[in-house]
Ligand binder design. Structure first.
Ligand code: UDP
Length: 472
């Protein structure tokens, strides 16, 4: 029977981006792939990218769609993510089961699905895969360090360390093995701060912690040299892990040069003028600012960050996604004269080609919400980070950026113009040479891992072999 993999991403920019890269890598290796997107994601993907023409090179690739149960005009932002999970539970879960049991994926591809690769949050998918007796490998698009805090959740609850009701945030955590020296309450995923365990997100993470170790394997967007000690911890519960990151550079290493430049999977229109603007700036002088595809900030937070950037004296490129600033946005509160033709110090736009922006020689630092994809993309380019984490895995990632990899500054739980100004000056000036050295080490290790016979290169080969032999 020929190999046919069904990949089912979480309906968010970061996971969709990763999944399409994995899909392309598997197609190149001769595996048939169906990517199952929600209707909403698929519409935006087709509207803003050339994904169909890009994948038309692979006759073994297909898209399939499924409803997320929400009306078209729902914002699907992190602020309302409970509704997204509710829609998934009531509509997507049963529809997914029906599709799998009826085998309807084989109508597009010429073969039935032989392996399922859903997002790690889709714990229901394992029950379905077991019901129809096909192997399942989870694709964890969060960081290994965040995944480890998820897998430790039962232990944390058992020891009474979680929940902690948002108090005494500097207390060190004892029950996430390997992190005892530096992981504080405030560095745990945001929802661990809730005062009870009945919150829907806690339930989802509890299910994930129960199901992921039962899968046939786990795919991670990391590389051995970056996360060796955390990966050893994860292996104690999930022995079969495939570390194939940085995924976007692994894909580039396997694509012909002529097709490497255009692998955008953006759900918004990318402003490419920002690249010409960057061309006019001095090397390593610009701060790039983005809080990713889902997170939001209040107007007051926006104004504080803006003032901090302006006061630092450095130019900045600011991504202000539609809907990312909540509350009444009052232009007069923002020092607007720094944007536009007359003063070229700030460039503000709604969405950029981030991988290309981070690769630009003018970028000297990244003020980021510490989403895992943004973190990895920054590492690859050797760009030091100012981490302002907001939700989910971001609190953990930012702590690892500052304390483990030492490639940036973590300003979590503050939003103050003076803190932002100081952090920008530290990264671009005061601590510049220190960060230059540490980011270079990480970037070089990442590049080595995806080169021929590097750890990620080899893990992808192992994944392809295992998928083809269907022997886990
Ligand atoms: N991104 C982009 N353009 C932007 C902002 C973000 O292409 O203007 C991409 C970025 O390259 C990354 C993804 O959006 O791949 C964001 O993923 P991440 O995991 O960092 O954060 P999330 O959006 O999931 O919170």
């Amino acid at each position: 029977m020929s190999t046919h993999v069904l990949i089912f991403p979480l309906p968010m920019q970061g996971p969709v981006n990763c999944v399409l890269k994995l899909a392309e890598l598997l197609c190149i290796s001769g595996i048939s792939v169906t990517v199952l997107n929600t209707d909403h994601i698929q519409r935006n993907l087709l509207r803003h990218t050339n994904v169909l023409s890009r994948f038309s090179r692979y006759p073994n690739f297909h898209f399939q769609t499924i409803s997320d149960g929400l009306p078209d005009d729902h914002p699907r932002s992190t602020a309302r993510y409970n509704e997204v999970f509710e829609g998934m539970k009531t509509v997507t879960e049963p529809a997914f089961r029906d599709m799998m049991v009826s085998g309807c994926f084989s109508c597009k591809s010429d073969s039935p699905v032989t392996v399922v690769i859903p997002d790690g949050l889709f714990s229901f998918a394992l029950d379905v895969a077991e019901e129809i007796q096909i192997p399942l490998i989870y694709f964890e698009t969060v960081s290994p360090c965040a995944l480890w805090t998820y897998l430790c959740l039962p232990k944390l609850i058992g020891a009474g360390e979680v929940p902690f009701n948002g108090i005494d945030l500097d207390v060190l955590i004892k029950n996430v093995p390997g992190t005892e020296a530096f992981l504080r309450r405030r560095d745990l995923p945001g929802f661990y701060r809730y005062d009870n365990l009945t919150n829907p997100v806690m339930q989802i993470i509890m299910n994930e912690a129960r199901q992921v170790p039962r899968a046939h394997g786990v795919i991670l967007n990391t590389f051995e040299a970056l996360d060796a000690s955390i990966l050893d911890q994860i292996r104690s519960l999930c022995p079969n892990i495939y570390c194939i990151g940085p995924l976007h550079t692994l894909l580039k290493s396997r694509l012909p040069k002529s097709t490497q430049h255009n692998v955008s999977n953006s759900l918004w229109t990318e402003n490419r003028d920002c690249l010409s603007w960057l061309d006019t700036q001095l090397p390593k002088s610009v701060v790039y600012v983005s809080i990713g595809s889902m997170a939001t900030m209040t107007v007051d937070q926006f104004v504080e960050i803006w003032h901090g950037l302006v006061n630092s004296g450095y130019p900045f490129l600011f991504v202000k996604r539609p809907g990312s600033v909540t509350g009444d946005y009052d232009e007069s509160k923002v020092p607007g004269n720094l944007v536009g033709e007359t003063n070229r110090r700030g460039f503000i736009t709604t969405w950029v080609p981030q991988e290309e922006v981070l690769a630009h020689s003018a970028i000297g630092g990244f003020l980021t919400h510490s989403g895992w994809n943004s973190t990895v993309e920054s590492m690859v380019e050797g760009v030091p980070m100012i981490c302002w984490p907001l939700k989910v895995d971001q609190n953990v990632n930012s702590r690892f950026v500052s304390e483990v990899w030492k490639i940036g500054i973590d300003i979590k739980d503050t939003c103050d113009r003076f803190v932002v100004e100081k952090a920008v000056k530290d990264v671009l000036d005061v601590r510049r040479s220190e960060f230059f050295r540490s980011t270079k080490v990480v970037a070089e290790a990442g590049a080595k891992s995806v080169s021929e016979n590097g750890s990620s290169w080899m893990d992808l080969n192992r994944l392809v072999e295992d998928l083809k032999s269907n022997d886990f």
